[in-house]
Write a protein that binds this ligand. Sequence first.
Ligand code: TXA
Ligand code: MG
Length: 317
Amino acid sequence: MKTEILAVSAPAIERAANALVAGEPVALPTETVYGLAANALDPVACARIFEAKDRPLNDPLIVHLPDIGWLARLTKPSALALRLAETFWPGPLTMVLPRTEVVPDLVTAGQGTVAVRMSAHPVFRAVAEAAAIPLAAPSANRFGRISPTTAGHVLSELDGRIGIILDGGACSHGIESTIVLVEDDGIEILRHGPITAGALEKIASVRATSHGDIATPGSLKSHYAPVTPLDLVESLAGEARENTGLLAWHPVDDGAGFTAVEVLSATGDLREVAANLYAGMRRLDERGLSRILALPVPEDGLGAAIMERLQKAAARE
Ligand code: TXA
Ligand code: MG
């Protein structure tokens, strides 16, 4: 299959929407990372997502709603869920809620819940509104690999496996949405992301993660991972630097001797670090190095989400 990258235009948006309605997967920009979207109500279309990504069928998909009216059609939202939607949508918050019968089992991996969000990206919204269907969309990378934050990244992951990539430029957040399990009296953070625990605490009581037996994004230790082994180290002292890349979230004084260095933010600004994280990791990965070293970020606010990604990138299994 020939993969085309389309620049954003009214005809390109229409073509993407028509392809989605016809059951084809299409890669679209969101404010977090690029997603590989398909009609969430069509199990055959969703099966194409799993096929293109080499994704195991027991890993459920996030459904992106074209408008808030779909929330009650696909889920049974509690008062708390409605309040969270009102506060954070459209935006990078995914809620795991009880599902209705309308949602195909393939989307939920047979679970009683479905993960839903509404993207704030203008291109994603335009396509979703034109298609007028909920769109299942995981990140547009092969399973377990680094999430794409540009159309070029999607091409390097899925070239020949999908027909259309809509190029909306680089994603502003750069890391995947925050995922919360919503219960009547509180929420549990299943994946940290751009909506921080602090922001959520203003609306809901946030419980410590128990994970339980649901299929969570954290169920696999290794994820968002480069092919090159990546290690998180507290200090660079004593580390071999030959054929080694350094992923630094701020400029470092003792970075001499590394084969390649990616500084994610000149000022150590965590938003900038998140936005540049995957592109920096991917550039180091493409160098064919024997090892990548990463320095840990402070774990409060957005730092929790960045550290979660670094730990999963560093996990070997
Ligand atoms: O920012 C994002 O969330 C991006 C963009 C494209 O929207 N999407 C994304 O999807 O990161 P994905 O599939 O790469 O990660 C979603 C995670 C999966 O690891 C899956 O296990 C989890 O969400 N998930 C989906 N449905 C779930 C459910 N019902 N219960 C618990 N976890 C669920
Ligand atoms: Mg993913």
